[in-house]
Ligand binder design. Sequence first.
Ligand code: PLP
Length: 384
Amino acid sequence: MAKKKKSIDTKLIHAGEPEPRIGGAVSIPIFQSAMYETGGEGNYHDIQYIRLNNTPNHLAIHEKFASLENAEAALVTSSGMAAITTSLMTFLSAGDHLLIQDTLYGGTHTFVNHNIENWGVAYDFINGHDPASWEAKLKPETKIIYVETMTNPLLQVADLKAVVDFAQEHNLISIIDNTFASPINFRPPEWGFDLSCHSCTKYMNGHSDIVAGAVTGSSEHMEQITHKLNHFGGTLDPHACYLLHRGVKTLALRMARHNESALKIAEFLQEHPAVDRLNYPGLPDHPDYERAQELFDGFSGMLSFELKGGLEAAKQFMERVELPIAAPSLGGIETLVTRPATTSHSGMSPEERKAVGITDSLVRVSVGIEDVGDLIADFDQALS
Ligand code: PLP
């Protein structure tokens, strides 16, 4: 079996699959049972119950996800936000301090600056591109440094190696939201990150039909996060586990197409006279291109841009495109377009958005797996 699980493409199919197969089933069945007959468990967390994240569907997917990122352990959660908030609140208590990147998914940003102070936790935003400025914000109470692999929606790639070094030097837990890259393009534990969070609503599931999350990391950290989630209750239902398990098996194929098509669309947009600013770290003139090339195996299917005609032009583009669906979220097989100021980042105030460079006219594209020629032709007609 060890041979079978060698590359990530193979692990997606075989890692974590029950051995022996249950009743010979090639696809893991759905264990839709809330509770299980007790077998003399001595510990609360070992009692088999859906909220305790230990049904056969959970155990199989945990093993698969851990193997994808070469982590010791993994946990799936009821949403990406459940993964992020549970990971943070496992290691932060009243009196503690958090260092967190200033450009982030809007939900994470709002969770931090509207909530955690109520629980006595202090925080400072950091510029992920300027490691020299982090030390000044460090406090004796700092416990965690948190970043995103590629920031949502500006696709910036912070100095991720410096984040790991800083965490190790100052005894902090390093957490990264790896949603945009997926384990195909970046595996945070290989680079020394302690915890990697995902919104599996996006690439991991890939079919825009469930909301789910995941965390991977060391067995020690993951046991603490699992026990916290067991009490917080943000558990993924077995039926959703099954859908995620089914969806993730094609991740390598889907990501290859997302990576390839987004690069072609970025190259097309870069040359288009209507486009003002384009954010895609796979283009050689993106400021973070060299870093992205060193760290990533692909640049993902996400890009964002502004048009010379500003907000009106952005609105017109969104109305004129025919194949992409105007909808929030990302990472599915269909191309989606959105203006983050009205969706993913609408929880931030206009001033907060402005401070990090998210304008009202910014358009974000999640490139799907349709024929890229059809997509480019559609973008072209919508822009002209
Ligand atoms: N992280 C990133 C980068 C996201 O884009 C999102 C959602 O858009 C989340 C986390 C939150 O995920 P979920 O909606 O599954 O809670």
